[in-house]
Design a protein. Structure first.
Length: 463
């Protein structure tokens, strides 16, 4: 099926001459994925795509045309891809009134119906940040998205056949919302909902999620949402302030559905609760309805307790990732380290999105993602991010071909030393499966079991 046919089947498309708003359609996210796949198949890998515009904002009316932001290292180098884009049916329009942009449009076969507006900028261009922060602000702030939607509805009624007037009518409010968005960004990292929890596991989990999406404090739970990564089970969840009691099951399910009603691509359900001793509470109704219980041990380390690994690895280099090649190698290692119950076709897109968020955090100065390299090949990796002196490890993974050779112990030891000496960490936190051997590896370099964490999750088995 051609890209055009895929998009039309997913309710994308509007006359070039008219202005017509449609209620938000969850199919638009799938449509973006189809365009992403098609473009990545025909253009070099350094084209990074983001779903922007009103079709990317759950819950608001939008013109059923996809707006997509493309980010490239060099706009001049991107010009070499013109023929590939045109082979997909895109019309190349050049800057089209905005300096530094490459604007490409996909129409239907008649060229009377618009399907996709692709806006490509160099990574250094200020427009990239503006587009992304505008989208994220509207997704995170219901009041702002409501104002934007109401104006759009009024303008659509007034200028049904005058798209230029419709666009110009939004300009003043867009400028105002952008100003709000930048202020929101500068003050949006509020760790209070996380730091009010007792559990070190969820404190540190939610601190990281605060940088990747949103945290909202409710009377009896905290909502965590990872923007743009609906398949992240432990990134879209409710952390309850108490363990489940008899009769809580149906109510908790209702709360989750209510909090994520705007995000139809969140197909799973995940609940944690603020326990330090692993108290499970009334989990029986969850298990009976297909939920799995996640039991974890929380290990902590202070610098004075750091222990040299028993075995050295000759030739092993451990360092932060520094370029696209490093990050791609880390993605592939994480994929190779995944549980085999997770299917490659769903795990790989999830992991790419997740690693992009970790890279953003690294570039913003919150920590680093590290690789363990042997003869230039990445054979292990992990993240370490620090908040108010507490560092949290993420996704420690050693390639299956190099396990039980001391790689993991050396990786954790060297990154811990880096965290204490260069990231000003006072304590490091690791959350592990108590039944898996890795917890013993962490203990071998000084980590001590301190707490237990508990949660439940259920996900579609095709994921």
């Amino acid at each position: 099926m051609s890209l055009r046919d895929q998009l039309k089947k997913l309710n994308v498309g509007m006359s070039r001459k008219a202005v017509s708003l449609s209620p938000h359609d969850a199919n638009w996210f799938e449509a973006f994925s189809a365009v992403d796949a098609a473009l990545n198949d025909c253009v070099p890998k350094d084209l990074e795509l983001h779903h922007i515009g009103s079709t990317s904002i759950p819950g608001i009316h939008a013109k059923p045309i996809l707006d997509i932001l493309g980010v490239v290292p060099s706009i001049e180098a991107f010009d070499n891809n013109r023929s590939e884009l045109e082979s997909l049916g895109f019309v190349w329009k050049g800057e089209y009134g905005i300096a530094g942009r490459r604007y490409c449009v996909l129409y239907d076969e008649s060229e009377e119906v618009g399907l996709v507006h692709l806006h490509v900028f160099a990574k250094s261009d200020r427009e990239v940040e503006k587009h992304l922060i505008f989208r994220d602000y509207l997704k995170a702030t219901a009041e702002a998205s409501y104002r934007y939607e109401e104006l759009k509805k009024k303008l659509a009624q007034s200028f049904m056949d005058a798209r230029t007037n419709y666009s110009e009518g939004k300009s003043e409010l867009i400028a105002q919302l952008l100003d709000e968005a930048f202020k929101w960004k500068n003050n949006s990292i509020d760790l209070t909902p996380a730091m009010n929890l007792h559990s070190l596991a969820y404190q540190t989990d939610l601190s990281i999620l605060a940088l990747q999406g949103r945290l909202e404090n409710r009377e009896e739970y905290v909502v965590a949402e990872s923007f743009g990564n609906p398949g992240y089970f432990w990134g879209n969840l409710l952390v309850m302030k108490n363990a489940p009691s008899q009769g809580d099951y149906a109510r908790w399910i209702g709360l989750f559905k209510q909090e994520f009603r705007h995000q139809p691509l969140v197909k799973h359900m995940t609940f944690g609760w603020d326990s330090t001793d692993g108290f499970e509470g009334a989990t029986e109704p969850f298990v009976e309805d297909g939920f799995e219980i996640e039991r974890s041990v929380v290990l902590t380390l202070q610098q004075v307790r750091l222990i040299n690994p028993k075995h050295s690895c000759v030739g092993l280099e451990i360092r932060p990732l520094v370029n696209d090649k490093d990050w791609e190698a880390a993605v592939q290692n994480q994929v190779d380290c995944r549980l085999q119950t997770f299917k490659l076709e769903t795990f790989l897109p999830f992991k790419r999105i997740q690693m992009k968020k970790y890279r953003d955090m690294s570039e913003a100065g919150f920590g680093h993602w590290f690789g363990a390299f042997l003869n230039g090949k990445l054979i292990g990796d992990c993240g370490l991010y620090v908040f108010d002196g507490t560092g949290r490890y993420q996704a420690v993974g050693t390639h299956p071909d190099f396990r039980k050779k001391g790689v993991c112990a050396n990786l954790v030891f060297e990154t811990a030393r880096f965290g204490f000496e260069k990231l000003n960490a006072k304590m490091l936190v690791m959350v592990a499966d108590p039944e898996y051997h890795a917890a013993k590896v962490y203990e071998s370099v000084g980590f001590t079991p301190t707490e237990k964490a508990i949660g439940v999750y259920r996900y579609p088995k095709d994921q």
